[in-house]
Design a protein around this ligand. Structure first.
Ligand SMILES: [Fe+2]
Length: 449
């Protein structure tokens, strides 16, 4: 992956000289006025994920994405394309529909206006009573723009937003070898948390907290700042690429079982053959790449077909401005999405999707940073009561569960009169960059326009 750093779109994500130095003011984490500005100038201008393409296979299949005060319907058309509409009847503004499903048309519950899946009015009562003329075939629902990438369906409310693939650049190029459409969403959970949504934009733009908050991770992903690569992109997205091998700094104590051994064993490598810790971490990681390259087909890892040596083992993690994180890696990956609460700036909604690839003969899979196995099948949506973590005990081995545990304390700490502008490490450069891009939106000059 190192050749990518030379891409013209990429800024060094660890170099504070790529920042203006905008202050990160506290009010942005609790002010209703700031929340209103975000709605008017930012949320209405970015691309949102509405669904996975798999949810919209047949003509008439639709999903509803409620976002703050807005609601959008995305529906599969008879010609196979997708259209998106504001979820508001073009007659008198009644919300048309709740939930997801499949329909030949949408009928407004107020006056019975029936809309085709193409957004054009098909029928209504008393068609002869309109002095402007019969509305059938003439009146249309207001549209949003729809695009697809990465097996996801996206939309934007902004007619002037860049095309989706330009907006996401360079991520579609980065992930071209991954068969994201083959992955299965084996966990699909939403929780409400007591913090402003930007806590997570900050959190997923740095791995500096990992050694403190996620001490189990360096055993399988080298998160040391001096071995990782940091990148920032023109539209406000950013990323980190970490090696999928044990950290040489934060070592599992001698005599304790090492989780990397299990990964090696899957590929017929005996961890006991390495003379010491460093040899296992470095040579084991190289051997793992070689074994994956040699054995993927016979072991049924068919989605490996196009992956490079780096992609077979590393742990990329990308922040997609302003509220999505995704880290496609060879065996499984997470999609994390955090959205503002509709009315309370001190709450947010967090979506955790755990994605796995089907592998011949494996009904369950365990992510490298987890303990519990996931069934390799599409999971139903669950809105769970977080209840301080007590409501989701089976997620306690998830890395993000540890992040969720920080939310109350952070929200309270930022409201303190003693809050100061963050004193950031170089590896936290992306945090301030996120706020600078947000500020650009709020000041009416979003990137790419
Ligand atoms: Fe974290």
């Amino acid at each position: 992956m190192n050749d990518r750093v030379s891409e013209p779109l990429v800024l060094d994500g660890k170099d504070p000289r790529n920042l203006r130095g905008d202050p990160i003011t506290a009010d942005r984490y609790f002010s209703r006025d700031f929340m209103e500005k975000e709605w008017n100038h930012m949320w209405t201008r970015v691309w949102h994920i509405a669904a996975r393409e798999k949810q919209l296979l047949e003509p008439g299949d639709f999903v509803v994405h409620d976002f703050m005060r807005e609601s959008v319907i995305i529906v599969r058309q008879h010609d196979g394309s997708l259209k998106g509409f504001y979820n508001t009847c073009a007659h008198r503004g009644q919300r048309l529909i709740d939930g997801d499903g499949g329909m030949n048309s949408f009928t407004c519950p107020y006056h019975g206006w029936r809309w085709g899946i193409d957004g054009v009015l098909q029928d209504c009562p008393d068609r002869d009573d309109f002095h402007l003329g019969d509305p059938v075939g003439k009146v249309k629902l207001s549209e949003v723009r729809v695009g697809t990438w990465g097996s996801f369906v996206w939309y934007t409310m902004d007619p002037e937003a860049p095309e989706l693939l330009d907006y996401l650049a360079p991520l579609p190029t980065y992930y071209k070898n991954f068969m994201l459409e083959r992955s299965v969403r084996s966990l699909w959970v939403r929780v409400e948390l007591n913090t402003n949504w930007k806590f997570f934009a900050d959190n997923f733009n740095e791995s500096y907290h990992t050694r403190t908050v996620h001490p189990q991770v360096p055993a399988v992903i080298d998160q040391d700042h001096f071995t990782s690569r940091y990148e920032m992109y023109p539209m406000g997205h950013a990323g980190i690429i970490q090696m999928g091998r044990p950290s040489l700094r934060d070592r599992v104590p001698e005599g304790q079982p090492h989780p990397f051994d299990a990964q090696l064993a899957v590929w017929d490598i005996d961890a006991a053959k390495y003379p010491d810790y460093a040899a296992k971490a470095v040579q084991g990681w190289l051997d793992l790449k070689a074994a994956k390259r040699r054995l993927w087909k016979e072991k049924g890892y068919l989605h490996y077909e196009n992956l490079t040596d780096e992609e077979l083992t590393e742990s990329p993690f990308h922040f997609i401005f302003p509220n999505i994180a995704i880290g496609p890696s060879a065996d499984n990956y997470l999609v994390l999405r955090w959205e503002p609460h509709p009315t309370d700036p001190e709450k947010c909604l967090f979506d955790l999707w755990s994605m796995v690839y089907p592998v011949d003969g494996l009904d369950v899979q365990v992510p490298r940073t987890g303990i519990h196995a996931f069934k390799v099948e599409e999971a139903p949506f669950e809105f769970r009561d977080y209840d301080g973590g007590r409501g989701v005990p089976e997620l306690s081995d998830q890395v993000v569960f540890q992040d969720w545990g920080l939310t109350n304390g952070l929200q309270r700490g930022i409201r303190s009169r003693g809050y100061q502008d963050p004193y950031l490490s170089a590896q936290e450069t992306r945090v301030r960059r996120f706020h600078e891009v947000l500020n650009d939106y709020l000041q009416g000059r979003p990137p790419g326009r």
